[in-house]
Design a binder for this molecule. Structure first.
Ligand SMILES: Cc1cc2nc3c(=O)[nH]c(=O)nc-3n(C[C@H](O)[C@H](O)[C@H](O)COP(=O)(O)OP(=O)(O)OC[C@H]3O[C@@H](n4cnc5c(N)ncnc54)[C@H](O)[C@@H]3O)c2cc1C
Length: 308
């Protein structure tokens, strides 16, 4: 299938932008980016439409008319957008004026002679849904980790065009920004993750998980009940369909049964290691390596092995 002529990309953060540009380059002859923020941008695009630095008065909501005008004037074939709140906001607004719809949380894109086919998970990850868009602007929201970022070209290679601001009818102003109280963690960036499940009998026993994570230089994540029912971890740390979706090099699921809603969030890990005392636990079906045993015995033995 021949490539599309003109693909546009919007992402709020640099890492997502690099990934989406790498994806766009697979499908399009020309990649254009809409970017706001630091001009020290690194991405492999042909053209960067630069909105300028953002400040409290210049928030993304106010740029919607500007972005809509850019899209209308340039008529891309496909618009790839990150899944951040602003990404979704922009995708929805552009779709409304383009009289099309948005395909959200897409994990796969394929080009055919008669259209663009996308795939996404449905029913809590139990099935995939395939859709084909045969005409009009294709707008796709893509989560982090679907495409591998290219080796970064500093935007010197791209033509940078400063965009004239189209004022919105009603503008939004940010009154205040405050750091969040409590921890903040982005497990999507972790290369190694230790997942804690309900197999840990109490909060005190979590020291085993922390010691193990320290030993293998990993972040600690968990299953939903451990965060939401036991409240042993912040919500940001639970992994799965309704939590964070990760793609680390290695995921250790310890005392985790491996229900589909959890595994959907971790099964993109390159290697999955499971520790569970039940040899029939579903996690063993998806694990590359499994240890059947009580975590209270297995973890200290693994720690001793690592020390040796
Ligand atoms: C709509 C919906 C969305 C959901 N979204 C998510 C989600 O995003 N993320 C998520 O995680 N869950 C989600 N869930 C919940 C999910 O279905 C499971 O209930 C949850 O993942 C199970 O967590 P767990 O593995 O910690 O607990 P359990 O299923 O209770 O498993 C505990 C495991 O520990 C093992 N074990 C017990 N003691 C030991 C020991 N001493 N040593 C070793 N192993 C031991 C047991 O054999 C068992 O396999 C969702 C559910 C619904 C309905």
């Amino acid at each position: 299938m021949t490539k599309l002529k003109n693909i546009w990309v919007f992402a709020e953060k640099q890492q997502n932008l690099n990934e989406l540009c790498a994806g766009a380059a697979q499908f399009g002859e020309k990649v254009s980016v809409i970017w706001a923020g630091s001009k020290e941008l690194a991405c492999s695009a042909d053209v960067v439409y630069y909105l300028g630095e953002l400040d409290n008065k210049k928030v993304f909501e106010n740029y919607i008319p500007t972005i809509i005008r850019l899209i209308k004037d340039n008529e891309p074939d496909m618009f790839l957008v990150d899944t951040s709140k602003n990404g979704r906001l922009i995708a929805g607004a552009v779709a409304a004026v383009s009289k099309t719809s948005v395909l959200t949380d897409i994990n796969e894109i394929e080009l055919f002679d008669d259209g663009v086919q996308t795939k996404r998970m449905v029913y809590g990850g139990a099935a995939f849904k395939t859709e084909k868009i045969t005409h009009g602007l294709v707008i796709v929201c893509i989560p982090v980790g679907v495409f591998k970022p290219n080796i970064i070209d500093i935007a010197g290679n791209a033509k940078i065009i400063s965009v004239d601001f189209v004022p919105p009818a009603v503008s939004v102003e940010c009154i205040e920004k405050r750091p969040k109280i409590g921890e903040t963690v982005d497990l999507r960036l972790a290369k190694r993750v230790v997942g804690v499940g309900r197999g840990f009998p109490n909060e005190k026993s979590l020291s085993l998980a922390y010691d193990f994570a320290d030993a293998v230089n990993a972040e600690v994540g968990c299953t939903r009940p451990v965060a939401e029912e036991e409240k042993w971890f912040a919500k940001e740390r639970y992994l799965g369909i309704s939590g964070t979706m990760i793609k680390p090099d290695i995921y250790f699921g310890i005392g985790v049964s491996g229900q589909v809603q959890h595994m959907v969030g971790v099964n993109q890990a390159h290697t999955i290691v499971a520790v569970n005392k039940d040899k029939n636990a579903p996690i063993f079906k998806q694990a590359d390596y499994g240890i059947v045993g009580d975590l209270k015995n297995v973890i200290p033995e693994l720690l001793a092995l690592i020390k040796r």
